[in-house]
Structures are given as C-alpha cells and as structure tokens.
Design a binder for this molecule. Structure first.
Ligand SMILES: [Zn+2]
Length: 464
C-alpha cells in the first residue's frame, strides 16, 4: 500500500487514484525569466521520481506542468532587454526544457503555457464573480478571502481576524501580509495586456494554475506538487479560487518537497553560493551525479548540497554501473537458482516497501546497496551462476527505471519525431498555435530541436 504525506491532512495517507488506476498529477512549472537553479531542480527531479515510481507501481499517469510565461518579473525584464514577451520567454522555456532533459527528467504529458490560456482564466474569474467572492477596484479584480471560510486550511493558518478589503497586488507575499489577492490586474501603461470580457489587463499568477489544472485534469484531481515555498500563498490561493468556483474539493493529495541549501547556508546570489545547472556542468560535474544528489535525500528533509555530496553521488552511481557491467559479463540465459531468486525478490520488496512509505529514498537505496554488496560477495566466492547474474542485473536496471541515474536511456526514434513534426504542421495549418507550441516543447524536452526554414522543418538532436 502506497502512503504519501499530504500537506492538507498533515499525515501519511494511503494513496489510491480517484479513477481506477489513472493518476492525475499537476506540478507547478517554471516561471521562465531566467535559468532555473538547482533548488528549483530539486523539486523538478523529485516530481520526476514520483511519476517514475507511480508508473513502476503500475499506475497510468496524466501529468500536467504549466509554463508561467507572464508575470511581474517577466514583464519587467523583457522590457529592460527590449525584447517581446514571447521572444524572452521562449528563450528561457527552451533552456529549461534542455536542462530538464540533461537531468533525465521525463517530459510531462501536457505543458500548457499561461498566455495560451487567458480565455480559461477569464472564464474562471467570471464564475468567481457570479459566486460573489470577488470585487473590482480600479479595473483590477480581487478574491475576497473572507468569503472563503476554508482559507488557510492548507498552510494551517487562521486568517479569520483579517481586515476585509485590504488588498495585495503582488503575486508573492508571506502569511503575515495575507490580504485579498489579485485575480486580474488592470492594464498598466507600457505593459503587455489582453483585451477581454472582464476588461483589459493580465492574469495574476495564482489563477493560471487553477484554470489550467482543471482544464486538463478535471475539477478534482489526485496529486498537486510544488516546492514548499508555494504552500502559501500560491497553493492556498489555488484552493480558494478552484473550490469557490466549483464547490468541489480541488486536490486530494498535496506534496511539497523541502528547500535545498548549499554548504549549510541558504542559496543566494550575494553569498556566491547560487548555482544554476549550467554553472555546475561548467565545473564538470556530471548531470547524473547532480540528479543523484538531488534525489538521495528524503524530499521532506532539507537537502544540504555540497561538493562532497556530488563526489559521493558519483561514487554511488559508479558502483551501480560497475555492478551491472560485472553481472553482464557473467550473465547467461539460464534461470536464477531458487535461493538467489528469493534474495532478488527480497531486495525488490525492500525497495518497494521503502518507497511505499512516503518515498523513503534513503531506506530504498540502502536496500539496493546491501543487495549489491552481498551479491559481490557471492560472486567472489564463486557462488553466483550466470542466471543469478542476469537476475541481479535486471533488478538494478529495474531500480534505475525509478531513480534514473545510469547512462543509456533509450532515445526517441526518427519515425516518432517525423510523426510529431507532421502533427505540428497539421496544428499550424488549422491555426492551433498552442498545440503546435506544445508539440515543439515536447520534442525539445526529448532533446530534439526544431528549426523552421523556408524549405520546411529541420530537426537536430542536442546532446546534454
Ligand atoms: Zn502553480
């Protein structure tokens, strides 16, 4: 039985999807105004690990991750650089997808961009207006938190004493500054805006995740993930907007990976300990070691990211890879001996039981390395048959399908690329540019870069 720690209930709850074995998962994606840093990637690698484990457990998955391509910082930075919003955000979206690919992060099934879903956000705001939980002020629309009694349930905060009508326009603020938050921001001079039924302006950050998650996953879905810094206000606001509109529970399980610190300190540019993935690759650390380190500490514990940790991660991966090489040399197609088959089955059970316990990665890895150690010992004593070696190798490969740190993952084949490009051309022909963009993003996340030329579409593989 799989148990996950649910921020909403503050307990490890048994997980079952709402509908047979299909897990509907939403993860808050990047705000594309810069290269993502390793703290961001701790969250994204965790989410990939979660989805790999769910698949390993036999679930089917529908995974949506948004791309936030309009917000205060994006508008400010694109203006400073004198480029359009689209040009600016495309640059960092592609960088993000490339980095994700480098870290072996499986692409989500759907990656909706906020700017392609303005209509859905406007509709949701209209529904909220009809429910009487909003008010307008100077062309902007605010959510009145006093009209939603459950406000604070996720972050375990009592907001009942809050002064009604005090407002906040910024998207990020802390609990002490909780106010009515903005759903729709009135048009400002020199800023990008959309002309809509609810006025000219642009959406607040929080509304986009409610609108896009419910569009693709339904009004109630299984799991919502995001870094622990999103619990308040972002996720609290998502719940308020969604549940006030639908009257239904929005999300069943909320999962929040903890922060990452570097050498025991909070990562910050002023301390000089702020790293993007690209910074670390430039220092010649391997993406596999970075991924392993990000993954190897339980997600609800703070992770201390150190050079030492990277070296240890490297050594752990090498131990697994060497083991597979040794077993491969020895393996034949005979059956494993009954006694050894029992040992493999025990290692498999230990791995699974540890991960079933709220994804206890430390215990799971301990079981794996104990198996490696004892199998080496047998091999050294000439007590390992060719069939045993094959079974041992298969077990480690199975483990790696969940942790994803060994080299040699299958690549997307040319026929599939051609088919996706055809689908994209068809989408463009019917002027469905959002769909065309989605297909391009998906290919990018598989390491395929498209180039539109006069002679047609060209593609190339980009190496991590
Ligand atoms: Zn979000």
């Amino acid at each position: 039985m799989l148990k996950l720690y649910n921020t909403l209930t503050n307990s490890k709850d048994e997980f079952q999807p709402l509908e047979d074995n299909l897990v509907r998962l939403y993860t808050c994606g990047p705000t594309v105004y810069d290269y993502a840093h390793i703290g961001n990637f701790r969250t994204f690698v965790f989410q990939d690990f979660l989805r790999r484990y769910l698949k390993y457990r036999g679930y089917r998955l529908l995974h949506v991750m948004n791309i936030t391509d309009v917000d205060d910082r994006i508008i400010q930075l694109s203006r400073e650089q004198g480029v359009s919003l689209k040009e600016f955000t495309t640059r960092y979206t592609e960088a993000f997808l490339e980095d994700s690919r480098t870290l072996s992060i499986t692409p989500p099934d759907i990656m909706p961009r906020a700017t392609d879903h303005i209509a859905e956000m406007v509709n949701l705001i209209k529904r909220l207006e009809a429910k009487g939980v909003t008010y307008r002020k100077d062309g902007s629309i605010y959510f009145s938190i006093s009209r939603f009694p459950a406000y604070g349930r996720l972050s375990k905060t009592d907001f009942s004493g809050i002064q009604a009508g005090a407002r906040v326009d910024t998207d990020k603020y802390d609990k002490d500054n909780a106010r009515d938050f903005v759903l729709w921001k009135a048009r400002k001079e020199g800023e990008d805006f959309w002309e809509t039924e609810i006025g000219a302006g642009r959406p607040g950050w929080h509304i986009e995740c409610s609108a896009m998650s419910m569009k693709y996953l339904g009004e109630t879905f299984d799991i919502h993930c995001g870094g622990v810094d999103l619990v308040f206000p972002h996720h609290e606001n998502e719940i308020a907007q969604s549940e006030a509109a639908t009257g239904k529970p929005f999300v069943r399980f909320w999962l929040h990976p903890e922060f990452l610190i570097v050498d025991g300190e909070k990562m910050s540019k002023s301390l000089g300990n702020f790293f993007t993935l690209r910074d670390l690759l430039a220092k010649k650390y391997s993406p596999q070691a970075i991924r392993y380190l990000l993954l190897s500490v339980h997600y609800r514990k703070q992770l201390n990211f150190t050079t030492d940790g990277l070296h240890q991660a490297d050594a752990s991966i090498r131990r697994l890879e060497d083991f597979v090489t040794r077993m491969k040399e020895k393996a034949d197609d005979s059956n494993a001996s009954p006694a050894f088959a029992v040992e493999v089955e025990k290692a498999r059970t230990d791995f699974r039981e540890a991960l079933d316990d709220d994804l206890n990665i430390s215990a799971a890895l301990a079981a794996v390395f104990e198996f490696v150690r004892s199998t080496y010992q047998k091999s050294d004593q000439n007590a390992l048959s060719g069939g045993d070696a094959r079974a041992a190798m298969e077990y480690i490969r199975e483990v790696d399908s969940v942790i994803g740190v060994m080299k040699g993952e299958p690549e997307i084949v040319d026929e599939e690329i051609a088919k996706r490009i055809q689908d994209r051309q068809a989408a463009r022909a019917r002027r469905d540019f959002a769909e065309a963009d989605r297909i391009r993003d998906w290919l990018m996340s598989c390491g395929i870069q498209l180039e539109d030329t006069r002679e047609g579409v060209r593609w190339k593989r980009i190496r991590p």
